[in-house]
Design a protein around this ligand. Sequence first.
Ligand code: 5RP
Length: 221
Amino acid sequence: MNPKQLVGEKATEYVQDGMIVGLGTGSTAFWAIQKIGQLVKEGLKIQGVPTSKATEQLATELNIPLLDIANVRSIDVTIDGADEFDLQKQLIKGGGGALLREKIVASISKVFICIADASKSSEVLGSYPLPVEVTPFAYQVTAYQLEKLGCSPKLRMQENKPFVTDNQNYILDCKFDKIVNPAELTVKINKIPGVVENGLFTNIATRIICNTEDGGITIIE
Ligand code: 5RP
């Protein structure tokens, strides 16, 4: 079984009848959603809350009943991927550009399960450029302010145009050297006018289900 499928399917063991389930975004979350789709087909009764338009489409194709987040106040369990994680379960997310919706869903989740392969593990966060969602208006000014925090921001592009998120914003990928205090940095970044949200997830993950190099799985609680 491919490593992403292995951790994706493992995470679905935490999903039970009657739950509201946050559905993550990305190629690892894809496998968890596939498995949930199969379980729903076999009779599992859950309601999903998607973290992106892409996930909404996938879940709809799999006949997973969905809720509009506008009517949701609490989610039982969310399963989502990450671009980098450390052993304190702090994450960098947003490689797929869905970080704002992912963070809103995560913020009302009782349990947040991160699924990732070992290559994403880091002693200190910062190898992966931190995605920051910003307003298109004056994004150059926002980039300048971010730069003053010690990173080099790069506007994310797609097909020679700025990448546009599901919320009609841009992404600045901000390469920091080492993010020694992610909780502090997240406050500093989010104080900058023009920043909508950043991809640091601190004090959010309940557990990380991670592939090991020998083909197994390890769980960081
Ligand atoms: C999307 C994300 C994804 O969870 C993250 O990019 C990991 O994706 P993948 O599982 O494809 O490596 O944060 O915004």
